[in-house]
Write a protein that binds this ligand. Structure first.
Ligand code: XBP
Ligand code: MG
Length: 259
């Protein structure tokens, strides 16, 4: 038996990339962005629907805006033809873009700092999101301006996959575009669906808890995050998350989380 070789095979790989979720992770886009835009469009179309803050939290269990409209209509026994869903969703995204461009949404604390630190230390960074490329671009341009182009090497969005989170497809696509193994990456997510998607792709995941993070759903998730933080800038007795912490967490991530 060659102990040396076995030890080498077991050695955790170096952290090479950081993969970011968008909604709820980069920014609290849901409550004051998407939700508000959905309600505006429901009013415009005279549907008599309104998603309050708590109701929207419940509805987030369905990932994808179109899918969420469809599920809600079904729940109410309402007719909602596919063309109407398309119209509502397209208009919602136009209204969302306006909200973001007017500066109502900011990056969450610590996001810009960690993005810059990771870039400056040579980590590659990517986006893995359920939302559309247009929504991602509008958010990045409003919150980061041209610097966004220096931060992300690839973005895989809702329209690029057949199955949205919790399906791991979006993460698998990111890995293939980065040409990296799952074991060389860490994902940053805010939801159970995101944690599941990253983990099912074999990627160790950090959860940054936000307004809509469902603690009970996280606890029920069959996959465990390598860390849960209140914010990337610390708080609640935690210190700010630095790349060196990510490297240590990644290094200590259980081998079974890596495939
Ligand atoms: C969150 C989602 C999205 C947004 C709305 O995506 O589930 O559906 O709520 O965006 P993530 P769309 O956390 O993966 O970024 O209306 O474009 O789907
Ligand atoms: Mg999210």
């Amino acid at each position: 038996m060659n102990f040396g070789l076995d030890a080498k095979a077991e050695a955790p790989p170096e952290l090479r990339a950081l993969i970011w979720d968008v909604d709820g992770t980069l920014a609290e886009t849901e409550r004051d962005g998407h939700r508000v835009a959905f309600n505006e469009v429901f009013a415009e179309f005279g549907l008599g629907w309104h998603w309050d803050v708590d109701e929207y939290g419940r509805l987030l269990a369905v990932t994808g805006g179109r899918e969420r409209i469809r599920a809600y209509a079904r729940e109410r026994g309402a007719e909602c033809a596919p063309e109407l869903v398309e119209h509502l969703h397209r208009r919602k995204n136009a209204l969302y873009a306006r909200i973001v461009q007017r500066g109502f949404i900011e990056l969450r604390p610590g996001v810009q700092r960690l993005l810059r630190e990771a870039r400056d230390l040579g980590l590659r960074q990517a986006i893995a999101t359920t939302t559309s490329r247009a929504n991602v671009e509008v958010l990045l341009s409003a919150c980061l301006g041209p610097e966004a182009d220096t931060l992300f090497v690839t973005k895989v969005c809702g329209e690029d996959v057949r199955a949205k989170k919790p399906d791991p497809e979006v993460y698998r696509r990111v890995l293939s575009e980065l040409q990296l193994d799952a074991a060389s990456c860490v994902a940053v997510e805010d939801s159970e669906a995101g944690l599941y998607a990253a983990s099912a792709a074999g990627i160790a995941c950090i959860v940054t808890r936000g307004i809509y993070t469902d603690r009970a759903a996280l606890a029920r998730c069959p996959h465990r995050p390598i860390a849960v933080v209140e914010s990337l800038d610390g708080g609640d007795g935690q210190s700010a998350l630095l790349v060196e912490h990510l490297q240590a967490l990644h290094h200590a991530a259980p081998l079974r989380a890596r495939s």
